[in-house]
Design a protein around this ligand. Sequence first.
Ligand code: GLU
Length: 298
Amino acid sequence: MRKTRIIAGLSVAAAALLALTACNSGTPGTPGGDAAASTPWTVASGVTVDNSPTFTRIQKADKVTIGVKEDQPGLGYLDTTTNKRSGFDVDIARWMAASLGYGADKIDFKPIASANRESSIVNGDIDFYVGTYSITDKRKEQIAFAGPYFITGQGLLVAKDNTTITGKDSLTASDVVCSATGSTSIQRIKDETPAKTKEYDTYSTCVQDLLQGQVDAVTTDEAILLGYAAQDPDHLKTVGDVFSEERYGIGLAKDDAGLQAFFNNVLTSGHDVWQKIFDNNLGASGVKGTQPEVDPVG
Ligand code: GLU
C-alpha cells in the first residue's frame, strides 16, 4: 500500500516534469537552443599534454575524432534536418576538445553504439568517447576513463497506459524488456529480474518497438529515458525508482594516463563551465544532478 502511494507520487512528479519539458525545450534534443549561441568554454592555445599518445595522434591529424551517441535527446543527439548535434554529452565532448585547443571546426564526431565502444577506443578509431558511458571495472580492463562527469541511475520507460509495470520489482517472466546490446542496463535486467529481454544497437529502436507494442518496457539510464519520454509525453512515461548507479566517464585509451589526468583537471577546475553545460541541456528538462568528483587517475 505504502509502496503504491510512493510510486504514484513519483509518477505524478514525472508527468509534471514531462509536461514542463514539452513546454520548455522546443525541438527535442535541442534544449537551450543553438550550442554556438551559448558556448561557455573557450578554445585553448599552445596546449601540451605530457605522456599522451592520443594527443600526439590528434596533433598529427590536426583534428579530434570523438565517439558519441546521436539518438539520445538531451544527451547526444543529431538533428538530421539541420545537421546539428546537441546534448549534454556532446557539449562535454566539445569542451574537452576546446581545452585541447580544437574548436568545433576541428572535431569529427563518430556515432558508435554501446557494444562497440571499447573496441573503437582500443583500435584507435576514435580519440575518446563521450556518450552515457558508465565507468565499470570490466570496461577498465580494456580502456581508461576520465571523470565521472555525471551520475544517473537505471530506470524503466513504459507506455503511458501501462498500469502493471511500476518499477523493477514488478517485472515478471511474461514482460519483454528492451535495451541496447553491450549496455550495463541489459545485463542488469538479465541478472536481477525474471523478464525476457530484447536487444538492439540503439535505444531509439527499442522506443519504436515500445510505441508499436512489441515490447513492454525499455530500460536504460533515467537521464536517457526522460529524453525519450519528453519527445512523446502522450504515449510514454518513466516509472519507479532508479535501481543502479551509473557514473558517466570519458572513455580513452588505457595507456593514456596523460590525457586522463588532463581531462580530470579540466573537469575539476571547470565547474562553472560544467554547470552551464548542464543547465543548457539537462537542467532545462528537469533532470537533477550535480557535478561529481573525479576518480583518482589509474
Ligand atoms: N550507461 C549505460 C552503459 O554505459 C547504459 C547507457 C548506454 O548504453 O550508453 O552501458
